[in-house]
Ligand binder design. Structure first.
Ligand code: NAP
Length: 291
């Protein structure tokens, strides 16, 4: 029998991969603005509560977010803007409804809660210090989740990509297209990140529900890559035959008004202690990519 599971954002880049991978395990009940029969806006508390009240699910996977980082930056400090409303008010509504109906909330967050100034991998002990509005709204939402009286899990990810092409192109499929049509920008040799392979992240979401895992966890690959080395890996592994040019983040930042984190790679040592499967390395994950 399938386990009932409440979700938000199940049609997005991250959620739709989870829905695909675990279609046989869960009876998904997704709160979605575009749902034809019961459209639900997470910024509206009564709508959220109504859906929670009617659900036998014990867990809520909360993925819905305003994820356009540049768009969010243009709304900086605007608490009536869509980024704040969806990311902060929406999460507050999810938490309130989960408290009222005694459900466990799994909140998917981002490495953009950090300022990016640390050279080494970020751990769960490091203090967030967001430097732009998207990261700030996700951080404020994390704080709401952490103060909740209902069981909660926060999973931070970074630069997610999946094996299959999706309508919203992930970082790997953007690089593939850029190499193929010759439009790839020079790739920074001094910007560091920690890619997240979504086919494995789906398994982490399932593990959290199955084992009631609670608390804050970094759930990326635990590896640290530069844009340049990552693009070279994709080019080599998928035999694309392109040539990757080197770029300089510092030179780019001089001209850019929007701030960028220099490093968002995270340690996954805490999560690795409880994983019951072996995640792919980034080398293995790139080898599994379908173009
Ligand atoms: N993508 C990344 O690079 C990245 C990196 C780190 C963390 N994350 C986090 O991972 C999670 C999933 O990201 P994603 O890339 O899968 O996002 P996405 O593709 O942009 O999808 C976002 C989803 O949120 C839904 N949504 C937006 N506003 C809503 C509202 N008011 N009420 C109900 N649903 C609403 C959208 O619904 P519609 O389909 O109806 O528009 C969509 O399904 C987010 O929490 C994000 O912050 C993402």
């Amino acid at each position: 029998m399938k386990t009932p599971l409440l979700t938000t954002g199940l049609n997005g880049l991250v959620g739709s991969r989870f829905a695909l991978d675990f279609a046989d395990s869960y009876e998904f009940d997704n709160l979605d603005l575009r749902d034809l029969t019961q459209p639900t806006d997470i910024t509206q508390y009564e709508q959220v509560l109504g859906r929670f009240d009617n659900s036998p699910a014990t867990h809520v996977i909360h993925l819905a977010a305003y994820t356009d980082v540049t768009g969010a930056w243009q709304q900086t400090d605007d608490t009536r803007g869509v980024a704040y409303q969806v990311n902060v008010v929406g999460t507050e509504n999810i938490i309130k409804a989960a408290e009222a109906t005694k459900k466990h909330v799994v909140y998917v967050s981002t490495a953009y809660v950090f300022d990016g100034e640390k050279k080494a991998l970020y751990t769960e002990e490091d203090t967030p210090n967001p430097i732009e509005w998207y990261g700030k709204t996700k951080y404020l939402a994390e704080e709401i989740v952490k103060q909740s009286t209902t069981p909660w899990t926060i999973l931070r990810i970074d630069m997610p990509f999946r094996s299959d092409p999706f309508e919203k192109k992930d970082t790997v499929h953007r690089i593939i297209t850029g190499i193929q049509d010759g439009t790839l920008y020079p790739q920074f040799t001094n910007h560091f990140f920690g890619p997240t392979y979504l086919n494995d992240f789906s398994k982490v979401l399932d593990l959290v529900v199955r084992t009631q895992l609670a608390g804050l966890y970094h759930a990326s690959s635990g590896e640290q890559w530069t844009d340049y080395e990552f693009a070279k890996l994709i080019n080599r592994t998928l035999k694309l035959g392109g040539e990757i040019q080197k770029g300089d983040l510092e030179a780019y930042l001089v001209k850019s008004a929007r701030p960028y984190q220099r490093n968002t790679a995270m340690s996954t040592a805490k999560l690795n202690k409880v994983l019951d499967f072996t995640p792919k390395t980034i080398d293995e994950a790139i080898a599994a990519i379908q173009i």
